[in-house]
Design a protein around this ligand. Structure first.
Ligand code: EPU
Length: 428
């Protein structure tokens, strides 16, 4: 192999068992941001300015796609961007960035809504088992669109979009938001029954309403959208990221002496907080922050992931690591992404006693964890390995950290501030 063929990659190295202390501030919600950015192109007049944008690579990928569409994106400050779609042109989205994240599918709803036509590649994202988008497409069809798929690309178009009653077989976050975006310019009224109720959906509906849309019922299982002729620019601040917050709360329960997680909406984290209390985690909830203090021993609990307000699938992987430190056997059942268990293989490598039996796993604890070379196979797997690295004896090397960087804003920087010994290294 020639020297120039050697490809370097960046890994996280963590020396575990340094107790964490202090405060951490949570960034804006990734899963809201990745929908708000495509939603901004629905403005026919004026820029949409979004505050609280996390510094994550998913935002970079979406910005590349906006540039493809001739939409100007200006990062005005560390955490706010201005999106000007007034000179937009609707071209096929076949840029590689489409395959970098699942949420590129929001351009389907947004471009279909705005131009009645969209051509784009199959969206990518973390592999969590099959992730169909049939409900999104059925929703577009119900509004009058035709969907064609050929050679890895979608072509979706309509002469006219007309409001319809749409029942979602599964309360899908993505389908709910995508249909909402496609329906804002449809003629008449659209109703989405069995809509997903995640806080990110309320955030997107709030921004679209500021732009002039008429969306009612977001956050309930029945959303009504009355079509309008034109949306305009607005200012919007993103809600805090409940999954980043949950990850730091779990980190605190695993590795902190005393740690405060700030800029959160505790109501969005109720299912996690009540599970942690059941485990005997010492947690104090305030209006917009929680404080976690070290507990001498933790109890095993059973967890079942469910749509909001149930236990979030995105926190299943990080909490699995915490459960390796609890006394007894914890049963985890995954009902959203039944194959989301790759992190267990990596945790086993570090000493965890986990039996995977898809769609669940049993975690027998407590077991000490030991630093090893592990792989962030997907975003939240990466988070679970960071939790593991912080409590493990010795040094943990986490590769494929680009998955972590897709969704966590400055994770290593925030952890360093709390006293963790985490650093980046370039390795072959
Ligand atoms: N589903 C279908 N057909 C569809 C759409 C969904 O069968 O057309 C199924 C999915 O396979 C899954 C379930 O419905 O079993 C729920 O999926 P949903 O559509 O709600 O998920 P999503 O919108 O693709 C978002 C988040 C995920 C998060 C899930 C569940 C974004 C960009 N992604 O995905 O976040 O796990 O909701 O809450 O918002 C992450 O942040 O790590 C992540 C994967």
């Amino acid at each position: 192999m020639k020297i120039e063929d050697v490809k370097m990659k960046t890994v996280f190295k963590i020396e575990g068992r340094h107790p964490l202390n202090g405060k951490v501030r949570i960034s804006g919600s990734k899963n809201a941001t990745v929908a708000l950015i495509p939603a901004a192109i629905l403005s026919k007049t004026g820029s949409v300015t979004i505050y609280g944008v996390p510094d994550i690579s998913d935002v970079e990928s979406l910005s590349l796609l906006l540039n493809e569409l001739n939409v100007t994106v200006i990062r005005k400050d560390a955490d706010h961007i201005s999106i000007d779609p007034t000179k937009m042109r609707n071209i096929p989205l076949d840029h590689n960035a489409v395959t970098k994240l699942r949420a590129s599918y929001y351009f389907m709803g947004a471009l279909l809504g705005r131009y009645k036509e969209v051509r784009m590649r199959m969206p990518g994202g973390c592999y969590l088992g099959p992730r169909p988008i049939d409900l999104h497409l059925k929703g577009f069809e119900a509004l009058g669109a035709t969907v064609e798929y050929s050679q890895g690309s979608y072509h979706i178009w309509a002469d006219e979009l007309v409001g319809a009653s749409i029942y979602l077989d599964i309360a899908s976050v993505g389908a709910t938001i995508n249909i909402m975006m496609a329906a804002v310019y449809a003629k008449g009224r659209t109703t989405i029954e069995n809509a997903a109720k995640e806080p990110e959906i309320i955030d997107v509906a709030t921004m679209l309403n500021k732009m002039g849309a008429k969306i009612r019922g977001a956050g309930t299982n029945m959303i009504t959208i009355d079509g309008v002729d034109s949306l305009e620019g607005c200012f919007h601040e993103i809600i805090p990221d409940r999954i980043e917050a949950g990850t730091f709360i779990i980190i605190a329960a695993a590795a902190a002496e005393a740690m405060t997680v700030e800029n959160i909406i505790p109501q969005h984290l109720e299912s996690l907080i009540s599970k942690l209390k059941e485990m005997d985690v010492n947690i104090e909830v305030d209006i917009d922050k929680v404080t976690i203090k070290h507990s001498d021993s933790l109890k095993a609990v059973d967890i079942q992931t469910l749509p909001y307000p149930g236990f979030a699938t995105d926190l299943q992987q990080p909490i699995t690591t915490l459960l390796t430190q609890a006394y007894g056997t914890s049963q985890v059942k995954e009902t959203i992404y039944t194959e989301r268990f790759k992190h267990c293989i990596e945790l086993q490598r570090m000493g965890a006693d986990i039996q995977v039996n898809v769609p669940g796993c049993a975690i027998i604890g407590p077991t000490p964890l030991y630093g090893d070379e592990v792989k962030a196979t997907d975003l939240r797997c990466g988070a679970s390995l960071v939790v593991a690295g912080l409590i493990a004896e010795g040094i943990t090397t986490i590769s494929d950290i680009e998955h972590i960087e897709r969704g966590y804003d400055n994770l290593d920087g925030k952890l360093k501030e709390l006293g963790a010994n985490i650093w980046r290294e370039e390795i072959e």
